[in-house]
Design a protein around this ligand. Structure first.
Ligand SMILES: Cc1cc2nc3c(=O)[nH]c(=O)nc-3n(C[C@H](O)[C@H](O)[C@H](O)COP(=O)(O)O)c2cc1C
Length: 217
């Protein structure tokens, strides 16, 4: 019997087993020589909790407010493009998990599930991330849709004027827009559970992501 999941590393290993390699590495690896990726990990690992003793621990709480919204922890789920590549319902599951943990979820413009689909399937409104796009009309339309879905926060991403060079994506043949190669088909065929979850969610596919790719170009 598989051991229970107790750490983030356990989840990472589970994803490695279940998700096609190209998509797993899209989320797991970084750009260029991955210097920032290593620095980020080292920075997180250097954080220590401040130990305090002989204080009243009866009523402990990590609750706070983020952008005026109550949160059970000082954390939010950052926008992650193509979450639906990790699991067919990735964005919906992310929004639901955040809602059940009492923290904000930010939906990326580059999502597989649309704003409306995520809103219909999640209990709480979520934040929405938008890029500075050449096609201002499309950006305006996205913002209006986010407003209609009651998104309380709009997060503007300003650092994607140039795409970073991601060596694993080049090696794995993961391109934008995606192209099906024999290598990718074999990769997908080796993860039937993932493929099934994707097929099961086929009905909720949206054109938002594809349109966004066109609008940024
Ligand atoms: C796989 C992956 C996909 C991401 N996709 C997006 C995205 O679509 N939009 C965006 O604004 N940021 C995106 N980001 C950036 C994250 O939202 C976040 O800002 C970044 O990882 C830094 O977070 P940290 O400061 O908590 O480490 C992505 C990051 C990763 C690792």
């Amino acid at each position: 019997m598989a051991e229970p999941i107790t750490t983030v590393e356990d989840l990472r290993q589970l994803a490695r087993r279940r998700v096609p390699r190209a998509f797993f590495e899209y989320a797991d690896r970084g750009a260029y020589d991955e210097v920032t990726l290593r620095d980020n990990r080292a920075a997180f690992e250097a954080i220590r909790l401040r130990q305090r003793v002989m204080v009243d621990v009866d009523r402990r709480s990590l609750a706070t407010t983020l952008t005026g919204q109550a949160a059970s922890l000082p954390l939010a789920i950052a926008p992650t493009g193509l979450t639906g590549l990790q699991h067919g319902a990735g964005e919906i599951l992310g929004a639901r998990a955040a809602a059940s943990a009492g923290i904000p979820f930010c939906l990326s413009t580059m999502s597989i599930c649309s704003i409306e689909q995520v809103r219909a399937a999640s209990p709480d409104p979520f934040w929405f991330q938008v890029y500075v796009m050449r096609d201002r009309g499309f950006a305006r339309e996205l913002i209006q849709r986010a407003g209609a879905a009651q998104c309380p926060v709009l997060m503007l991403t300003a650092d994607l004027t140039v795409q970073g060079q991601r060596h694993r994506e080049i090696k794995n043949g993961l391109s934008v827009p995606p192209k099906l190669t024999l290598h990718n088909l074999l990769d997908i065929a080796s993860k039937p559970r993932w493929a099934w979850a994707c097929c099961a969610r086929r009905a909720v596919r949206s054109a938002t992501c594809t349109a966004a790719l066109g609008a940024t170009a």
